[in-house]
Design a protein around this ligand. Structure first.
Ligand code: ATP
Length: 238
């Protein structure tokens, strides 16, 4: 089992707000790892900091043994780490194909871009059927697929998914979880934040429970799913 991503004693602040306080976690190659916790616990901040969008106050992020702390976010994409942000952020006035093309901005080799289009269209036939439509005309679930497809266009080794099922109809929520498993089965490692904690834990190899900027529990997805503490705090009646 090789460690792909290591986060060691990470702290991140927004001014006086200590959003992340001494978080250590790791993700092994080929794993699905999930971060669960209440709103405002610091999950998005952890993901955004790994992607290079927030500044490390202290601690160390390494990916494939390379120091990430001072690397610009586009360089992190080139090194294989791609974030799918919360709320999808597709470009509504651009077509599906144009949105996907943007995801490949860091890929220089044209053949590789073609191959990436083929892979994405194979995984998301709905995007292929809509390739000349503006992204604005897609449903929420289809836009989430587009956002994930766009991330895959960069040939990532690891994708960071920030609440991929948020705001989606139940039918699409299940689909998104199937897609996440499918992505992993294609060799891409996944770190995912989810509000639907139970569903996330069901597909995750391991999970971390975040509370007020700190990790309060970590275990296999299976074990967290049946933990009384986790059930009481995060799983509700689900
Ligand atoms: P959510 O599920 O609501 O996104 P989260 O667990 O992802 O929650 P974060 O979004 O990482 O939590 O927020 C952690 C803390 O940092 C919260 O107290 C939040 O209010 C604060 N915070 C997040 N972004 C900013 C920002 N840009 N400026 C100031 N404070 C922020």
């Amino acid at each position: 089992m090789t460690q792909l991503l290591t986060v060691n004693n990470l702290s991140v602040n927004y001014g006086a707000i200590k959003a992340v306080q001494g978080v250590s976690l790791s993700v092994n190659r080929g794993e699905i790892v999930t971060l669960i916790g209440a709103n405002g616990a610091g999950k998005s901040t952890i993901l955004r900091t790994i992607a290079g969008l927030e500044k490390v106050a202290s601690g160390l992020i390494t990916f494939e043994n390379q120091g990430f702390n001072r690397m610009p976010s586009d360089k992190r994409v080139q090194n294989g780490v791609v974030l799918v942000p919360e709320g999808r952020r597709v470009f509504p006035g651009m077509t599906v194909q144009e949105n996907l093309q943007l995801g490949a901005f860091s890929v220089k080799d044209k053949h590789q871009v073609h191959a990436a289009f083929d892979t994405v269209y194979e995984q998301f036939p709905i995007l292929k059927a809509r390739l000349n439509q503006d992204a604005a005309t897609l449903s929420g679930g289809e836009q989430q697929m587009l956002a994930i497809g766009r991330a895959l266009m960069a040939n990532p080794k690891m994708i960071l998914l920030d609440e991929p099922s948020m705001g989606l109809a139940p039918l699409y929520i299940q689909k998104i979880f199937d897609i996440i498993e499918n992505i992993r089965n294609h060799g891409v490692t996944v770190l995912v934040i989810e509000q639907n904690a139970a569903q996330a834990l069901r597909i995750a190899d391991r999970g971390y429970v975040i509370e007020s900027g700190k990790i309060i529990a970590t275990d296999t997805g299976e074990a967290l799913l049946v933990s009384d503490d986790v059930k009481r705090a995060y799983l509700g009646s689900d």
